[in-house]
Write a new protein. Sequence first.
Length: 444
Amino acid sequence: MPETTSFRCLDGWIDPADLIGTVPGEHVFWLDAGVDADSGWSWLGSGEPADAPDPIVDGSSTCARSGGERVGPFGGGWVGWTGYDAAAARAGAPAQRDADEPDALWLRVERFVAFDHAERRVWVAAPADAVADFAAEVDRWRTAAAAAGVGEPSALPRRLVAAARVGPERYAALVEDCRSAIRRGDAYQLCLTTRFTVRDERPIDALGVFRRLRRASSSHHGALIRSGERALISASPERFLGLADGTVLTSPIKGTRGRGGDAASDARLVRGLLTSPKERAENVMIVDLMRNDLQRVSEPGSVVVERLLEVETYPTVHQLVSSVSGSIRPGTRLSEVLAATFPAGSMTGAPKLSAMTILHALERAPRGTYAGCFGWVGHDGDADLAMIIRSIVVDAVNAYVGAGGGITWGSEPDAEVDEVALKAQAPLAALGADLPPRWRERVR
Protein backbone atom coordinates (compact mmCIF):
# COMPACT_ATOMS: atom_id res chain seq x y z
CA MET A 1 0.00 0.00 0.00
CA PRO A 2 1.47 3.43 -0.92
CA GLU A 3 2.25 5.97 1.74
CA THR A 4 -0.38 8.59 2.47
CA THR A 5 0.22 11.75 0.48
CA SER A 6 -0.24 15.07 2.25
CA PHE A 7 -0.43 18.51 0.64
CA ARG A 8 0.62 21.93 1.85
CA CYS A 9 -0.15 25.22 0.12
CA LEU A 10 2.73 27.67 -0.21
CA ASP A 11 2.43 31.42 0.00
CA GLY A 12 2.39 33.27 -3.31
CA TRP A 13 2.84 32.08 -6.86
CA ILE A 14 5.86 31.03 -8.85
CA ASP A 15 5.85 29.91 -12.46
CA PRO A 16 7.00 26.29 -12.88
CA ALA A 17 9.29 27.52 -15.66
CA ASP A 18 11.21 29.50 -13.04
CA LEU A 19 11.34 26.70 -10.46
CA ILE A 20 12.32 23.74 -12.63
CA GLY A 21 15.95 24.81 -12.97
CA THR A 22 16.51 24.43 -9.22
CA VAL A 23 15.13 20.88 -8.85
CA PRO A 24 18.05 18.61 -7.92
CA GLY A 25 18.55 15.02 -8.93
CA GLU A 26 19.30 12.75 -11.84
CA HIS A 27 15.64 11.83 -12.46
CA VAL A 28 13.58 15.00 -12.90
CA PHE A 29 10.20 15.70 -14.47
CA TRP A 30 8.04 18.67 -15.45
CA LEU A 31 4.53 18.04 -16.77
CA ASP A 32 3.46 21.37 -18.20
CA ALA A 33 0.05 22.95 -18.81
CA GLY A 34 1.60 25.47 -21.22
CA VAL A 35 3.04 28.97 -21.39
CA ASP A 36 0.92 31.49 -19.48
CA ALA A 37 -1.68 28.78 -18.74
CA ASP A 38 -4.80 30.08 -16.98
CA SER A 39 -6.32 26.63 -16.38
CA GLY A 40 -5.18 23.11 -15.70
CA TRP A 41 -2.28 21.81 -13.62
CA SER A 42 1.48 21.49 -13.92
CA TRP A 43 3.68 19.20 -11.82
CA LEU A 44 7.41 19.04 -11.28
CA GLY A 45 9.79 17.18 -9.03
CA SER A 46 12.03 14.16 -9.02
CA GLY A 47 11.63 10.42 -8.59
CA GLU A 48 13.36 7.07 -8.74
CA PRO A 49 13.40 4.59 -11.64
CA ALA A 50 10.65 2.00 -11.26
CA ASP A 51 8.83 -0.77 -13.08
CA ALA A 52 5.86 0.17 -15.25
CA PRO A 53 2.78 0.97 -13.14
CA ASP A 54 -0.25 -1.32 -13.19
CA PRO A 55 -2.89 -0.15 -10.72
CA ILE A 56 -6.57 -1.06 -10.84
CA VAL A 57 -8.25 1.74 -12.83
CA ASP A 58 -11.97 1.14 -12.24
CA GLY A 59 -12.26 4.01 -9.72
CA SER A 60 -12.44 1.76 -6.67
CA SER A 61 -8.91 2.38 -5.34
CA THR A 62 -9.03 5.13 -2.75
CA CYS A 63 -6.23 3.96 -0.47
CA ALA A 64 -4.00 6.87 -1.59
CA ARG A 65 -6.46 9.49 -0.39
CA SER A 66 -6.13 10.42 3.26
CA GLY A 67 -9.61 11.16 4.53
CA GLY A 68 -10.56 12.25 1.03
CA GLU A 69 -7.62 14.69 0.84
CA ARG A 70 -6.68 15.32 -2.74
CA VAL A 71 -5.32 18.45 -4.39
CA GLY A 72 -5.58 18.29 -8.17
CA PRO A 73 -5.91 15.13 -10.23
CA PHE A 74 -2.45 13.69 -9.43
CA GLY A 75 -1.77 12.53 -5.90
CA GLY A 76 1.50 10.70 -6.40
CA GLY A 77 2.44 7.54 -8.24
CA TRP A 78 4.46 7.38 -11.45
CA VAL A 79 5.64 9.72 -14.21
CA GLY A 80 7.18 8.37 -17.39
CA TRP A 81 6.65 6.95 -20.84
CA THR A 82 6.15 3.77 -22.86
CA GLY A 83 7.45 3.46 -26.42
CA TYR A 84 5.83 2.15 -29.58
CA ASP A 85 7.77 -0.91 -30.73
CA ALA A 86 7.40 -3.24 -27.75
CA ALA A 87 3.69 -2.41 -27.59
CA ALA A 88 3.30 -3.23 -31.29
CA ALA A 89 5.01 -6.58 -30.69
CA ARG A 90 2.70 -7.33 -27.72
CA ALA A 91 -0.27 -6.59 -29.98
CA GLY A 92 0.93 -9.26 -32.41
CA ALA A 93 2.55 -7.06 -35.05
CA PRO A 94 6.08 -7.46 -36.38
CA ALA A 95 8.35 -4.90 -34.75
CA GLN A 96 11.98 -3.88 -35.03
CA ARG A 97 13.23 -2.67 -31.66
CA ASP A 98 16.21 -0.43 -30.98
CA ALA A 99 18.65 -2.17 -28.62
CA ASP A 100 19.96 1.20 -27.41
CA GLU A 101 16.56 2.56 -26.40
CA PRO A 102 14.47 1.27 -23.46
CA ASP A 103 10.94 0.05 -24.11
CA ALA A 104 9.72 2.25 -21.27
CA LEU A 105 10.99 4.59 -18.58
CA TRP A 106 9.03 5.28 -15.39
CA LEU A 107 9.85 7.19 -12.23
CA ARG A 108 8.20 6.49 -8.89
CA VAL A 109 7.12 9.88 -7.54
CA GLU A 110 6.16 10.61 -3.93
CA ARG A 111 7.40 14.22 -3.54
CA PHE A 112 6.43 16.86 -6.07
CA VAL A 113 5.17 20.40 -6.55
CA ALA A 114 1.69 20.99 -8.02
CA PHE A 115 0.66 24.23 -9.75
CA ASP A 116 -3.03 25.13 -9.99
CA HIS A 117 -3.05 27.62 -12.86
CA ALA A 118 -6.71 28.59 -12.50
CA GLU A 119 -6.37 29.50 -8.81
CA ARG A 120 -2.70 30.59 -9.05
CA ARG A 121 -1.78 28.44 -6.08
CA VAL A 122 1.29 26.27 -5.49
CA TRP A 123 1.12 23.07 -3.44
CA VAL A 124 3.80 20.70 -2.24
CA ALA A 125 3.01 17.00 -1.89
CA ALA A 126 4.90 14.39 0.10
CA PRO A 127 4.29 11.54 2.55
CA ALA A 128 2.61 12.89 5.68
CA ASP A 129 5.70 12.61 7.85
CA ALA A 130 7.87 14.44 5.30
CA VAL A 131 5.64 17.21 3.91
CA ALA A 132 6.91 19.91 6.30
CA ASP A 133 10.55 19.23 5.45
CA PHE A 134 9.72 19.10 1.72
CA ALA A 135 7.86 22.42 1.91
CA ALA A 136 10.96 23.98 3.46
CA GLU A 137 13.11 22.48 0.71
CA VAL A 138 10.84 23.86 -2.02
CA ASP A 139 11.03 27.29 -0.39
CA ARG A 140 14.81 27.04 -0.77
CA TRP A 141 14.31 26.20 -4.45
CA ARG A 142 12.15 29.30 -4.80
CA THR A 143 14.81 31.46 -3.20
CA ALA A 144 17.45 30.03 -5.51
CA ALA A 145 15.19 30.55 -8.53
CA ALA A 146 14.53 34.16 -7.60
CA ALA A 147 18.25 34.80 -7.19
CA ALA A 148 19.13 33.16 -10.51
CA GLY A 149 16.36 34.80 -12.52
CA VAL A 150 14.97 33.10 -15.62
CA GLY A 151 14.46 35.14 -18.74
CA GLU A 152 12.94 34.26 -22.07
CA PRO A 153 14.63 31.25 -23.69
CA SER A 154 17.01 32.41 -26.37
CA ALA A 155 16.77 30.90 -29.82
CA LEU A 156 19.72 28.79 -30.88
CA PRO A 157 21.41 29.60 -34.17
CA ARG A 158 20.64 26.96 -36.76
CA ARG A 159 24.14 25.54 -36.61
CA LEU A 160 23.08 21.92 -37.11
CA VAL A 161 21.27 20.12 -39.93
CA ALA A 162 19.19 17.08 -39.13
CA ALA A 163 19.72 13.81 -40.98
CA ALA A 164 16.57 12.36 -42.52
CA ARG A 165 15.71 8.68 -42.39
CA VAL A 166 14.17 9.10 -45.85
CA GLY A 167 14.05 12.01 -48.27
CA PRO A 168 10.82 13.76 -49.27
CA GLU A 169 10.70 11.92 -52.60
CA ARG A 170 10.97 8.56 -50.87
CA TYR A 171 8.31 9.56 -48.34
CA ALA A 172 5.98 10.52 -51.20
CA ALA A 173 6.60 7.10 -52.78
CA LEU A 174 5.74 5.44 -49.46
CA VAL A 175 2.49 7.41 -49.38
CA GLU A 176 1.66 5.86 -52.75
CA ASP A 177 2.54 2.43 -51.32
CA CYS A 178 0.06 3.12 -48.51
CA ARG A 179 -2.61 4.08 -51.05
CA SER A 180 -1.92 0.84 -52.93
CA ALA A 181 -2.44 -1.15 -49.72
CA ILE A 182 -5.70 0.69 -49.16
CA ARG A 183 -6.79 0.02 -52.74
CA ARG A 184 -6.11 -3.70 -52.21
CA GLY A 185 -8.36 -3.63 -49.14
CA ASP A 186 -5.56 -4.39 -46.66
CA ALA A 187 -6.26 -1.22 -44.66
CA TYR A 188 -8.41 1.86 -44.86
CA GLN A 189 -6.00 4.22 -43.10
CA LEU A 190 -2.25 4.06 -42.37
CA CYS A 191 -0.23 6.40 -40.17
CA LEU A 192 3.08 6.62 -42.03
CA THR A 193 6.00 8.03 -40.03
CA THR A 194 9.66 8.89 -40.42
CA ARG A 195 12.51 10.25 -38.30
CA PHE A 196 14.97 13.15 -38.27
CA THR A 197 18.18 12.73 -36.24
CA VAL A 198 20.44 15.41 -34.80
CA ARG A 199 23.95 14.63 -33.62
CA ASP A 200 25.87 17.20 -31.62
CA GLU A 201 29.41 17.01 -30.32
CA ARG A 202 28.31 18.86 -27.20
CA PRO A 203 25.94 17.51 -24.52
CA ILE A 204 22.33 18.50 -25.23
CA ASP A 205 20.74 20.76 -22.61
CA ALA A 206 17.35 19.08 -22.32
CA LEU A 207 15.83 21.82 -20.16
CA GLY A 208 16.99 24.54 -22.54
CA VAL A 209 15.55 22.61 -25.48
CA PHE A 210 12.20 22.25 -23.71
CA ARG A 211 12.09 25.94 -22.84
CA ARG A 212 12.52 26.83 -26.51
CA LEU A 213 10.01 24.22 -27.71
CA ARG A 214 7.26 25.29 -25.30
CA ARG A 215 7.81 28.96 -26.15
CA ALA A 216 7.47 28.26 -29.89
CA SER A 217 4.84 25.51 -29.72
CA SER A 218 3.14 25.49 -26.33
CA SER A 219 0.57 22.80 -25.57
CA HIS A 220 -1.61 21.55 -22.73
CA HIS A 221 0.43 18.31 -22.56
CA GLY A 222 4.00 19.54 -22.49
CA ALA A 223 6.67 17.52 -20.74
CA LEU A 224 10.29 17.23 -19.80
CA ILE A 225 11.09 13.83 -18.28
CA ARG A 226 14.81 13.31 -17.74
CA SER A 227 16.62 10.28 -16.36
CA GLY A 228 20.38 10.60 -16.53
CA GLU A 229 21.41 11.48 -20.09
CA ARG A 230 18.10 10.32 -21.53
CA ALA A 231 15.16 12.69 -21.83
CA LEU A 232 11.75 13.03 -23.43
CA ILE A 233 10.82 16.59 -24.43
CA SER A 234 7.29 17.10 -25.70
CA ALA A 235 4.74 19.69 -26.72
CA SER A 236 2.09 17.10 -27.50
CA PRO A 237 -1.40 18.37 -28.35
CA GLU A 238 -3.01 14.90 -28.15
CA ARG A 239 -4.40 13.22 -25.06
CA PHE A 240 -4.22 9.49 -25.53
CA LEU A 241 -5.93 8.27 -22.35
CA GLY A 242 -7.42 10.08 -19.41
CA LEU A 243 -8.56 7.85 -16.54
CA ALA A 244 -10.57 9.42 -13.72
CA ASP A 245 -12.83 7.70 -11.18
CA GLY A 246 -13.41 4.72 -13.46
CA THR A 247 -14.06 6.67 -16.67
CA VAL A 248 -11.68 6.46 -19.62
CA LEU A 249 -11.41 9.23 -22.24
CA THR A 250 -9.40 9.33 -25.46
CA SER A 251 -9.09 12.34 -27.78
CA PRO A 252 -7.53 11.31 -31.09
CA ILE A 253 -6.17 13.94 -33.47
CA LYS A 254 -6.46 13.38 -37.19
CA GLY A 255 -6.34 16.33 -39.56
CA THR A 256 -3.76 19.12 -39.61
CA ARG A 257 -3.36 22.55 -41.15
CA GLY A 258 -0.63 25.14 -40.60
CA ARG A 259 -1.37 28.58 -39.17
CA GLY A 260 -2.10 31.53 -41.45
CA GLY A 261 -0.20 34.77 -41.62
CA ASP A 262 -3.25 36.82 -40.56
CA ALA A 263 -6.76 36.32 -39.18
CA ALA A 264 -8.38 35.97 -42.58
CA SER A 265 -5.97 33.32 -43.87
CA ASP A 266 -6.12 31.53 -40.52
CA ALA A 267 -9.91 31.36 -40.77
CA ARG A 268 -9.67 29.99 -44.32
CA LEU A 269 -7.35 27.24 -43.13
CA VAL A 270 -9.78 26.28 -40.35
CA ARG A 271 -12.67 26.14 -42.83
CA GLY A 272 -10.56 24.02 -45.17
CA LEU A 273 -9.74 21.62 -42.36
CA LEU A 274 -13.36 21.33 -41.25
CA THR A 275 -14.70 20.74 -44.75
CA SER A 276 -11.95 18.46 -46.13
CA PRO A 277 -13.50 15.07 -46.99
CA LYS A 278 -10.09 13.42 -46.56
CA GLU A 279 -9.43 14.91 -43.09
CA ARG A 280 -12.96 14.22 -41.87
CA ALA A 281 -12.82 10.62 -43.09
CA GLU A 282 -9.40 10.15 -41.47
CA ASN A 283 -10.68 11.39 -38.12
CA VAL A 284 -13.93 9.41 -38.15
CA MET A 285 -12.09 6.19 -39.02
CA ILE A 286 -9.93 6.52 -35.91
CA VAL A 287 -12.93 7.45 -33.77
CA ASP A 288 -14.56 4.20 -34.87
CA LEU A 289 -11.38 2.26 -34.09
CA MET A 290 -11.09 3.83 -30.62
CA ARG A 291 -14.75 3.06 -29.90
CA ASN A 292 -13.98 -0.58 -30.64
CA ASP A 293 -10.82 -0.53 -28.50
CA LEU A 294 -12.54 1.04 -25.48
CA GLN A 295 -15.42 -1.42 -25.69
CA ARG A 296 -12.95 -4.20 -24.85
CA VAL A 297 -12.48 -2.82 -21.32
CA SER A 298 -15.67 -0.80 -20.76
CA GLU A 299 -19.10 -1.64 -19.42
CA PRO A 300 -21.50 -2.65 -22.22
CA GLY A 301 -23.31 0.33 -23.68
CA SER A 302 -21.13 2.91 -21.92
CA VAL A 303 -18.87 3.92 -24.82
CA VAL A 304 -19.93 7.23 -26.36
CA VAL A 305 -18.51 9.85 -28.72
CA GLU A 306 -18.42 12.99 -26.61
CA ARG A 307 -17.31 15.35 -29.38
CA LEU A 308 -16.67 14.89 -33.08
CA LEU A 309 -14.55 16.85 -35.57
CA GLU A 310 -13.75 19.93 -33.49
CA VAL A 311 -10.84 22.23 -34.34
CA GLU A 312 -8.19 22.95 -31.70
CA THR A 313 -5.67 25.68 -32.47
CA TYR A 314 -2.02 25.73 -31.38
CA PRO A 315 0.83 28.16 -32.10
CA THR A 316 1.92 26.39 -35.29
CA VAL A 317 -1.05 24.24 -36.38
CA HIS A 318 -4.80 23.71 -36.38
CA GLN A 319 -5.89 20.15 -35.47
CA LEU A 320 -9.12 18.21 -35.96
CA VAL A 321 -9.98 16.47 -32.67
CA SER A 322 -12.67 14.08 -31.41
CA SER A 323 -13.25 12.44 -28.01
CA VAL A 324 -14.56 8.99 -27.02
CA SER A 325 -15.26 7.82 -23.47
CA GLY A 326 -16.40 4.72 -21.59
CA SER A 327 -16.92 3.33 -18.07
CA ILE A 328 -14.19 0.87 -17.09
CA ARG A 329 -15.30 -2.63 -16.05
CA PRO A 330 -14.74 -3.51 -12.38
CA GLY A 331 -11.37 -5.02 -11.56
CA THR A 332 -9.64 -3.77 -14.72
CA ARG A 333 -5.95 -2.89 -14.48
CA LEU A 334 -3.99 -0.32 -16.46
CA SER A 335 -2.14 -3.07 -18.33
CA GLU A 336 -5.48 -4.38 -19.63
CA VAL A 337 -6.52 -0.92 -20.83
CA LEU A 338 -3.19 -0.51 -22.63
CA ALA A 339 -3.47 -3.99 -24.14
CA ALA A 340 -6.84 -2.96 -25.59
CA THR A 341 -5.86 0.49 -26.84
CA PHE A 342 -2.10 0.81 -27.31
CA PRO A 343 -0.44 1.55 -29.67
CA ALA A 344 -3.00 4.23 -30.28
CA GLY A 345 -5.08 4.03 -33.43
CA SER A 346 -4.14 7.58 -34.36
CA MET A 347 -0.52 6.38 -34.75
CA THR A 348 -1.26 3.08 -36.50
CA GLY A 349 -4.29 3.34 -38.74
CA ALA A 350 -7.00 0.77 -39.18
CA PRO A 351 -7.61 -2.10 -38.96
CA LYS A 352 -4.90 -1.81 -36.33
CA LEU A 353 -3.01 -5.11 -36.64
CA SER A 354 -3.05 -5.04 -40.43
CA ALA A 355 -1.97 -1.39 -40.39
CA MET A 356 0.98 -2.05 -38.07
CA THR A 357 2.09 -4.99 -40.21
CA ILE A 358 2.01 -2.92 -43.40
CA LEU A 359 3.80 0.01 -41.77
CA HIS A 360 6.54 -2.24 -40.41
CA ALA A 361 7.29 -3.36 -43.98
CA LEU A 362 7.23 0.20 -45.34
CA GLU A 363 9.07 2.09 -42.59
CA ARG A 364 11.77 -0.61 -42.15
CA ALA A 365 13.08 0.90 -38.93
CA PRO A 366 12.00 1.21 -35.29
CA ARG A 367 9.87 4.10 -34.11
CA GLY A 368 11.36 3.87 -30.63
CA THR A 369 9.84 6.17 -28.03
CA TYR A 370 8.06 8.23 -30.72
CA ALA A 371 4.40 7.22 -31.25
CA GLY A 372 4.29 5.90 -27.69
CA CYS A 373 2.64 7.64 -24.74
CA PHE A 374 3.76 9.60 -21.66
CA GLY A 375 2.35 11.24 -18.58
CA TRP A 376 1.37 10.37 -15.02
CA VAL A 377 -0.31 7.38 -13.41
CA GLY A 378 -1.65 7.76 -9.87
CA HIS A 379 -1.44 4.97 -7.33
CA ASP A 380 -5.21 5.44 -6.99
CA GLY A 381 -5.66 4.33 -10.62
CA ASP A 382 -6.31 7.70 -12.24
CA ALA A 383 -3.99 8.65 -15.09
CA ASP A 384 -3.36 11.16 -17.86
CA LEU A 385 -1.32 9.92 -20.84
CA ALA A 386 -0.53 11.89 -23.98
CA MET A 387 0.75 10.79 -27.37
CA ILE A 388 4.47 11.15 -28.00
CA ILE A 389 4.20 13.45 -30.99
CA ARG A 390 5.70 16.92 -31.57
CA SER A 391 8.44 15.54 -29.34
CA ILE A 392 12.20 15.13 -29.05
CA VAL A 393 13.98 12.10 -27.64
CA VAL A 394 17.45 12.91 -26.28
CA ASP A 395 20.30 10.59 -25.37
CA ALA A 396 23.55 12.41 -24.48
CA VAL A 397 24.69 14.06 -27.74
CA ASN A 398 22.03 12.48 -29.97
CA ALA A 399 18.42 13.48 -30.46
CA TYR A 400 15.64 12.50 -32.81
CA VAL A 401 12.28 13.85 -33.88
CA GLY A 402 9.58 11.60 -35.31
CA ALA A 403 6.86 12.90 -37.61
CA GLY A 404 4.16 11.43 -39.78
CA GLY A 405 0.57 11.62 -40.92
CA GLY A 406 -2.52 9.58 -41.58
CA ILE A 407 -2.79 8.27 -45.14
CA THR A 408 -6.15 7.51 -46.73
CA TRP A 409 -7.15 6.80 -50.33
CA GLY A 410 -7.76 10.55 -50.68
CA SER A 411 -4.24 11.52 -49.60
CA GLU A 412 -2.08 13.60 -51.94
CA PRO A 413 1.62 12.68 -51.59
CA ASP A 414 2.90 16.25 -51.88
CA ALA A 415 0.52 17.45 -49.17
CA GLU A 416 1.58 14.60 -46.88
CA VAL A 417 5.25 15.49 -47.35
CA ASP A 418 4.50 19.12 -46.52
CA GLU A 419 2.67 18.06 -43.34
CA VAL A 420 5.64 16.03 -42.10
CA ALA A 421 8.00 18.96 -42.68
CA LEU A 422 5.63 21.30 -40.82
CA LYS A 423 5.36 18.96 -37.81
CA ALA A 424 9.12 18.37 -37.54
CA GLN A 425 10.23 21.97 -37.97
CA ALA A 426 9.51 23.35 -34.46
CA PRO A 427 11.07 20.46 -32.48
CA LEU A 428 14.19 20.59 -34.66
CA ALA A 429 14.46 24.35 -34.24
CA ALA A 430 14.38 23.88 -30.46
CA LEU A 431 17.49 21.72 -30.88
CA GLY A 432 19.18 24.43 -32.95
CA ALA A 433 18.78 22.29 -36.07
CA ASP A 434 17.26 22.76 -39.49
CA LEU A 435 15.41 20.30 -41.63
CA PRO A 436 17.61 18.70 -44.30
CA PRO A 437 17.71 20.89 -47.44
CA ARG A 438 15.21 18.94 -49.54
CA TRP A 439 12.79 18.73 -46.62
CA ARG A 440 13.32 22.42 -45.79
CA GLU A 441 11.96 23.33 -49.22
CA ARG A 442 8.61 21.80 -48.21
CA VAL A 443 7.90 24.32 -45.44
CA ARG A 444 5.78 27.01 -47.02
